[in-house]
Write a new protein. Structure first.
Length: 291
């Protein structure tokens, strides 16, 4: 049993034969999940260290909230939020991913040691992103995306969500490659919660193999998403808040690891690290039975 890793990753990560765990650090005042708890560089570095101590393989730093309805921040503000944290973590030996839709932010991040560019727009929000990815050689997470946060819920309209998302991601791969990005740099992300407010998320998880059929690594970012909060609500009660969704997140991590996805992106690492080990063991057992 092997996990498919993209090109451009450090050898230390490529040597890990299980689903990777990416810990999220939002350097924003308005994140849906933690409400600005890690907004200062000192707080963000401290949180990243905690996630690394729990076993995170990668830290994903974001300086712009993409929660539903969020306003965009300027490029300068995003850079000012992210770079001091990134530089400190890289200096300490961490493997860092930058969560950005902007080419100038991505360029500055990889120049300072980021090994992954995680673009929730898959390169659609900034036409210059593909060039940065091609020139840097960094791993590029291309997420399924239809619109910015202000209006994305209005784009939750699919004939068949699995087929539509798979086709649209395939189109993004072709477009990126036409602009010089190497296929082996690309990771696919179905974009759970982005233009998918509720039930449309579950078929994407149930049929993740259809995304894997593209022959590229897949990242799953289910952590604390709205659809989990709705699932956990009891007796017509209010939606379970983000902090109450971690156990469900870990369950998704185990299931996706059993399917062999490349990485899960989570806010709490320890539970999902245990979960991906369970998933890896189940996958190995299936493989042995089929040998």
């Amino acid at each position: 049993m092997t996990v498919q890793h993209p090109a451009g990753l450090p050898e230390q990560l490529r040597a890990i034969n299980r689903t990777l765990v990416m810990g999220v650090v939002n350097v924003t005042p308005d994140s849906f999940s933690d409400g600005g708890r890690w907004f200062t560089p000192l707080e963000a570095v401290s949180q990243a260290r905690r996630l690394l101590d729990e076993g995170a393989d990668l830290i994903d730093l974001g300086g712009e909230s993409t929660r539903p309805g969020a306003d965009r921040v300027s490029s300068d503000e995003e850079i000012e939020r992210v770079l001091p944290v990134l530089e400190q973590l890289v200096a300490e030996g961490a493997h860092v991913s930058v969560d950005t839709m902007r080419a100038d932010v991505a360029r500055a991040a990889v120049e300072r040691g980021a090994v992954v560019i995680n673009d929730v727009s898959g390169g659609l929000a900034d036409p210059a992103m593909a060039q940065v990815v091609a020139e840097s050689g960094a791993t590029f997470v291309a997420m399924h995306w239809r619109a910015h946060s202000k209006i994305m819920d209005q784009r939750d309209d699919y004939d068949d969500v699995v087929k539509d998302v798979s086709r649209e991601l395939g189109d993004r791969v072709s477009a990126l490659m036409a602009e010089g990005v190497k296929r082996e740099q690309i990771v696919l992300d179905p974009g759970l919660g982005f233009a998918k407010a509720g039930s449309n998320n579950w078929p994407l998880l149930a049929h993740v193999n259809e995304l894997q059929a593209h022959g590229l690594p897949v990242l799953i970012g289910a952590s604390r998403k709205r659809f989990l909060g709705h699932l956990l609500a009891r007796d017509d009660s209010e939606i379970v808040p983000p902090a109450g969704r971690d156990a469900a997140t870990h369950a998704v991590s185990a299931l996706m690891a059993a399917e062999g996805v490349w990485c899960v992106r989570v806010h709490e690492v320890q539970g999902s690290l245990d979960a991906v080990r369970v998933g890896a063991a189940l996958r190995a057992a299936r493989t042995a039975e089929g040998a």
